[in-house]
Structures are given as C-alpha cells and as structure tokens.
Design a protein around this ligand. Structure first.
Ligand SMILES: [Zn+2]
Length: 273
C-alpha cells in the first residue's frame, strides 16, 4: 500500500506559536526539528505496519522544511513550492492519506496557531460546512478517491477532524492547546510512542478498507471570508468568484480540484492587498 503524508508543522510536538514555525524566526529550527520528529515516528511505524512506499509532501510555508537525509529508503519527499495541489500535491498516487502536524481551523478556541491556509482567512465553508485545512484537504483527497486514515496535531485539530470524518478516523493529540500560543506539552519520547501506536491503528484501518473517505455532493461550493474588505477587493477578480458580502467571496465548481485552485488563487491575491 502506498501511503501519502501531508506534513505541516504547527501541530508538531512542542510547538506552541508562530515564532517557532516561520523561517527566519528564532524558534524555527526547533519547529523544524519537531516536524521531523513526528514525521519519522509516523513513517517508521507505517513501514512496519505494511506500507510499501510513502510519499511525504512537505506542506508548511515554503514547503522545503524537511531534509531528505536519513529518511527510510522507501520514503520519497515532495519538497518546495509552487505545487498545483499545494498541501495535497501527489495524493492521487497513493491509496491512503495521513495528515501529520496539522492545526485547527481559523477561529478555534484553545488551538495552537489556529488558521486556515493564511492568517488573513477568517472563515471557510465548503458545501455549507465550516472547514479548515483538514476539511479542505480531505475533500480534495476524497474527490481523488483517497481516504484519510490519520490526523495528528493538538487536541483541537483532532476533535475537528473526528467531527468531520467520524469514528473510523484515527487521531493522535501530541499536545493540548491553552490558547493560540500556549499548550500543555508532552515530551517527544512520549509523543513518539503515541504517534507510532496511532499509525499502526490507522494502517490496520486502511488495509482493511475502513479508513473514511470524505466525499461531498457535487457541485462543490465554497464560501470564503477574509479579515478585511480590501483583501476581498483584491481577490474578487479571480474568474468564477461571486461576492456575497464586504469580506465574502464564493465559487462553485463540479471539479473539486478546480475549486481548490480557485481558493488558493483568491487567497494568494488577497495576501497582496
Ligand atoms: Zn503550516
């Protein structure tokens, strides 16, 4: 079984704030080391539990945080940007997806670095349902026929993922958020064993065909609200956009991959405002 790992950073063991995940900031080397720590626990366990090949997609910031040196030989790394499918680039090559070091959607209470793709995104709804990166990326995977078996991060993203994907999903909380910039932590030795154990259970579900597929009803509709109207002013020139409020833009498409590209185009333009 080919396993896909979309690997973010904010949800890694020990990470409690944006200053630990932004390249150039003082804490970045710590965040980067912890992202690798959690990823290694997951890939080693997945290989022991029956994965034949693992494609890791570095899904954080410029997406070149992970060093391929020392990765198991059956692991390949998709590194750098730009990538058309961004956080889920290459997911179509695999039979199951894991979301590792993920964080909760924008506006979540007691969630370390809660945001959705960008700190200027206030809210996203997909077919009427509030979603964050977990939901958006799971919907793209679902459209590609790829179930999501494992989500790791803080307790808030685990709850968010469970409410979206149901009990068949395996989650692993490596910390408990106290706020957007504080958390109760576990030592890496302990989270490594939690991650290994969760990965084994996720592999069992994947191998027995029980991992949840997040498939939505077409046409897919996304409502995207920014923090400020000026950001919406910049984004609303993306073809297919319809503005529904000062801050809000929506689009509809029968192809989830096209809608994902619309979303990313709109966010990228809004960031320039
Ligand atoms: Zn990230």
């Amino acid at each position: 079984m080919n396993v896909y790992v979309s690997c973010d950073m904010e949800g890694a063991t020990g990470v409690v704030g944006f200053d630990q995940v932004e390249p150039g900031s003082a804490g970045y080397s710590f965040g980067r080391a912890m992202q690798r720590h959690d990823l290694l626990a997951v890939v080693h366990a997945a290989l022991e539990a029956g994965a034949t090949r693992i494609l890791v997609n570095d899904a954080h910031w410029n997406m070149n945080n992970l060093d391929p040196t020392g990765l198991p030989t059956s692991v390949e790394l998709c590194s750098g940007s730009q990538k058309v499918l961004s956080m889920v680039e290459g997911a179509d090559e695999c039979q199951v997806a894991f979301f590792v070091c993920y964080h909760a959607m924008a506006g979540t209470e007691k969630a370390v670095t809660d945001h959705t793709m960008s700190r200027i995104v206030h809210d996203v709804r997909l077919n009427g349902r509030r979603v964050g990166e977990t939901g958006i990326n799971a919907a793209v995977c679902g459209f590609l026929g790829v179930p999501v078996a494992l989500v790791t991060g803080d307790q808030a993203v685990c709850l968010e993922a469970e409410s979206l994907l149901g009990e068949a999903l395996v989650t692993c909380a490596v910390k408990e958020g106290r706020s957007a910039s504080a958390a109760r932590l576990l030592p890496p030795e302990r989270t490594a064993s939690l991650l290994r154990e969760a990965t084994c259970r996720a592999m069992e579900r994947a191998l027995s065909g029980k991992a949840p597929l997040f498939s939505l009803q077409s046409p897919y509709r996304m409502e995207l609200e920014f923090s400020r109207s000026s950001q919406c002013d910049a984004a609303c020139i993306v073809p297919g956009s319809r503005r529904f409020s000062g801050r809000g833009l929506m689009a509809e498409n029968e192809d989830m991959l096209e809608l994902y590209r619309w979303f990313r185009s709109a966010v990228n333009l809004a960031e320039s405002a």
